[in-house]
Design a protein around this ligand. Sequence first.
Ligand code: H2B
Length: 98
Amino acid sequence: MAELLDDAAVSARLAGLNGWTREGGEIRRTVRAPSFMAGIGLVGAVAGAAEDADHHPDIDIRWRTVTFALSTHSAGGLTAKDFDLAGRIDAMAAEHGA
Ligand code: H2B
């Protein structure tokens, strides 16, 4: 099972991401896509990556504003799995103009 990261490790890994904030035991990023359909396209791409990783973000879609939240439920907090997927979401967000 993935191990919980300590505060120093969380801070270090947050510094390598784009626009993510820590909210207790999860990390969140809100992106603004250029259109509703671009946001949906991003969500579809993230869904594929989540299935590949067997790790799934909570996703909130409001017109073209999409919020992703990540935590590792089985560990009760943040692990490398969250930051690995967050980095992939950052790359996909850039590809979708968000
Ligand atoms: N996604 C997230 N975000 N956290 C988890 O702990 C998690 C998951 N667990 N997706 C996975 C699925 C687990 O249920 C399977 C069995 O690996």
